[in-house]
Design a binder for this molecule. Structure first.
Ligand code: FAD
Length: 515
C-alpha cells in the first residue's frame, strides 16, 4: 500500500528539512504549527484522509501503469475521457468539503503537461525526457507525494520578454548547464499550497523565443531543497488566525479549511539531470503550456462548481434562518447561483469528454472547451458571490466577532443582536454561515483564484481564440449565404461540419492518436 493516510502525510511534512519561510517580517519555524497556515495544513490533510477513505476510493484513487496498487489520481496521468471527468468530479467534491484548492491538483496538471511534451521532444529531438519524467512520476506515486505546478513567474515589466528583463530573476532561468544537471534561479509567484508540497514542479509561464532559451526550463525540486526562500502572501483574514485559542473556535475564519499562496525565490538551486524535463528547448515551452492549460483550466470548472455549491448552501441556510427563503426573488437568486455552479461543471465535463488521446497515452481535454470553461470561471462566480452578499444583507461585512459573541460582559447583547429569531437556529449558527459566505466572498483568495488562478480572463480568451477554427466557421457561412457556390467547396464544407459533429475547435499542431 503506497497511499499515505492523514497521519503519514503530516509526518512526512514534519520530516522535511528546515525551510526558509517568512511572514510579516518573521521567519516561520514550524509550518505545521503556524496559525496562518493551520487551515491550509488541515485542507491538505483532509484530502489525504479522504483519499484513504474507502467511500472516496473510486473518486480519488486509480490504478497505475508504473507501480502495484492504487495511487492517488493526483500522482497519475489522465488516460481517458472518463478519467478526465473523474478529475472534474473529484475537484468538485473536494471543494464541497474544503471550499478551497485541493493543494494537489496543480501537480497532477504539471504531469499532464509534461508527459505529452516530453514525449514530443523525444520524438523530435531524440532526448530522453519522457523516461526521466516517467521515473519521477513513479517516485511520486511510490511515496504518494503532493506536488505543485510552479508556473507563474514574477514577470517584471510585462512588455519585455524574459531575456530583456533588467532583473533576470523576474523569470526562472538556467544559470549553468552541467553534465550532471542544471543550476536555476528566479522567482515564481502566487504558488498555491507550495509550503506543504513535497515536490515543486517548475514549468515555464509563457511561450519562448530563441533568445529566451535559458528561460525554457521544466524540472522538479523537493520543496525543502537548499537555495529556496519562501514568503507567504497575506489574506484579509490572516490576523484572525492568531485569535483562535481557548473557547474561540475560529468561527470568524468561516471554516477550518483554506489554501495559501507564497512566492518562491530560487537562488542557484542545483537540479540533478534525472529531474530535468526541459532545458533550453524553447520551441516546446508553448507546447507544454498547451497541454498543461487544457487540464488546468478543465479543473477550474470542477472546483469552482464545488465552491459555488457550498456558497449556495450557506446562503440558503441564512435565507431559512431569517425567514426569507420563500420570497420569490430570493428563490430566483438562489436558482441563479446553482445554475452558475452547474454551468462551469458542465463545461469542465464537456472539456474532458471531448478531448483526445495523445500518442504518449495521455488524454488531453478539449482545449477550446477547457479555455471556455476557465473563462466562464473568471466571470460567473462573481454573480453568485454578489447574490450571496445581497441575500445575507451585508452581515458578511458587518457581523460582530466570535470574541464579542462569547464575551462574559457583552456576549449576551451581541447574541441578541445577531439572533435570527428562528427557533431552529441561534446567533452562533447565523454567525457560522455568515462567516462562511464572507470567507468565500472576500476573506480568502477564493474569488481571486476564480479570476486569476490558472490564468487571467485574457489568457483564457486568447487561447480560446487560438483553438477556434475560424476558417471553418467562415466556410459554413460562405455556403449558407451562397457567397461560395462551388459544388466541390459546398460538398467539402458539409462533410467537414458533419465529421466535426458541429464542433468548431482546432487542435493546431498537437499530435493526436485518437479522438
Ligand atoms: C489565488 C491565486 C492562486 C494562484 N495559484 C497559482 C499556482 O498554484 N501556481 C502558479 O503558477 N500560479 C498561480 N497563480 C497565478 C496565476 O496563474 C496568475 O496570477 C495569472 O496567470 C496572472 O498572471 P500575473 O499575476 O502575472 O498577471 P499578468 O499576466 O501580468 O496580468 C496582469 C494584467 O496585465 C495584463 N497584461 C499582462 N501582460 C500583458 C501584455 N503583454 N499586454 C497587455 N496586457 C497585459 C493582463 O491581462 C492583466 O490584466 C495564482 C493566482 C491567484 C490569484
Amino acid at each position: 500500500m503506497t497511499l499515505k493516510n492523514k497521519e503519514a502525510f503530516q509526518k512526512s511534512i514534519r520530516d522535511r528539512k528546515p525551510m526558509d519561510v517568512w511572514f510579516l517580517g518573521e521567519k516561520v519555524d514550524d509550518l505545521t504549527k503556524f496559525p496562518p497556515l493551520a487551515a491550509s495544513f488541515n485542507a491538505l490533510s483532509k484530502v489525504y484522509e479522504l483519499t484513504s477513505d474507502p467511500a472516496w476510493a473510486d473518486l480519488l484513487t486509480t490504478d497505475s501503469d508504473l507501480i502495484e496498487g492504487p495511487v492517488s489520481i493526483y500522482t497519475a496521468p489522465i488516460r481517458s475521457a472518463a478519467e478526465a471527468n473523474r478529475k472534474t468530479q473529484a475537484a468538485r467534491a473536494l471543494a464541497e468539503v474544503i471550499g478551497c484548492c485541493t493543494h494537489r491538483c496543480t501537480g497532477s496538471e504539471a504531469f499532464a503537461g509534461l508527459g505529452p511534451c516530453c514525449y514530443d521532444m523525444d520524438q523530435d529531438l531524440g532526448t530522453d525526457y519522457f523516461k526521466r519524467f516517467t521515473n519521477f512520476m513513479k517516485y511520486v506515486q511510490e511515496n504518494d507525494l503532493s506536488c505543485t505546478a510552479t508556473v507563474t513567474d514574477a514577470k517584471g515589466l510585462r512588455t519585455l520578454s524574459p531575456h530583456e528583463q533588467p532583473d533576470k530573476d523576474a523569470y526562472v532561468h538556467i544559470d549553468e548547464y552541467r553534465e550532471d544537471g542544471i543550476v536555476i534561479s528566479g522567482i515564481k509567484v502566487n504558488q498555491t499550497g507550495i509550503l506543504f508540497a513535497h515536490e515543486v514542479v517548475i514549468v515555464p509561464t509563457t511561450a519562448m523565443k530563441a533568445e529566451d532559451k535559458d528561460f525554457a526550463v521544466a524540472c522538479a525540486i523537493p520543496a525543502d531543497a537548499p537555495g529556496c526562500t519562501y514568503v507567504l502572501g497575506r489574506t484579509p483574514q490572516d490576523k484572525r488566525f492568531f485569535e483562535v485559542e481557548g473557547d474561540i473556535e475560529g468561527i470568524d475564519l468561516g471554516k477550518n479549511f483554506a489554501d495559501h499562496q507564497a512566492f518562491i525565490y530560487l537562488d542557484h538551486v542545483f537540479v540533478p539531470k534525472e529531474r530535468v524535463f526541459m532545458a533550453g528547448e524553447w520551441k516546446y515551452a508553448g507546447r507544454l503550456l498547451n497541454y498543461f492549460t487544457a487540464v488546468h483550466r478543465l479543473t477550474a470548472g470542477g472546483c469552482k462548481s464545488g465552491g459555488l455549491c457550498a456558497l449556495c448552501g450557506a446562503t440558503s441556510l441564512i435565507a431559512d434562518m431569517i425567514g426569507v427563503n420563500k420570497a420569490g426573488h430570493i428563490k430566483e437568486k438562489l436558482g441563479e447561483m446553482v445554475i452558475t455552479a452547474e454551468t462551469v461543471y458542465g463545461l469542465s465535463m464537456a472539456a474532458g469528454s471531448l478531448g483526445f488521446k495523445h500518442p504518449s497515452g495521455f488524454w488531453v481535454p478539449n482545449p477550446l472547451m477547457a479555455h471556455t470553461c476557465k473563462y466562464q470561471c473568471t466571470w460567473i462566480p462573481f454573480n453568485a458571490v454578489r447574490f450571496a452578499r445581497e441575500i445575507i444583507a451585508g452581515t458578511g461585512e458587518t457581523a460582530p466577532s466570535e470574541i464579542d459573541m462569547r464575551h462574559p460582559v457583552i456576549g449576551k447583547i451581541v447574541q441578541k443582536e445577531f439572533n435570527p429569531g428562528n427557533p431552529n437556529y441561534d446567533a452562533f449558527d447565523r454567525l457560522r454561515a455568515t462567516r462562511f459566505v464572507e470567507h468565500m466572498a472576500r476573506g480568502s483568495n477564493w474569488t481571486a483564484m476564480a479570476l486569476h488562478g490558472g490564468g487571467n480572463p485574457e489568457a483564457a480568451r486568447m487561447m480560446a481564440i487560438r483553438f477556434a477554427d475560424w476558417k471553418h466557421m467562415q466556410d459554413m457561412v460562405k455556403v449558407a449565404t451562397g457567397m461560395n457556390k462551388d459544388p466541390e467547396f459546398v460538398q467539402k464544407t458539409y462533410e467537414n461540419i458533419g465529421q466535426k459533429k458541429g464542433a468548431v475547435d482546432t487542435l493546431l499542431d498537437l499530435p493526436v492518436a485518437d479522438k
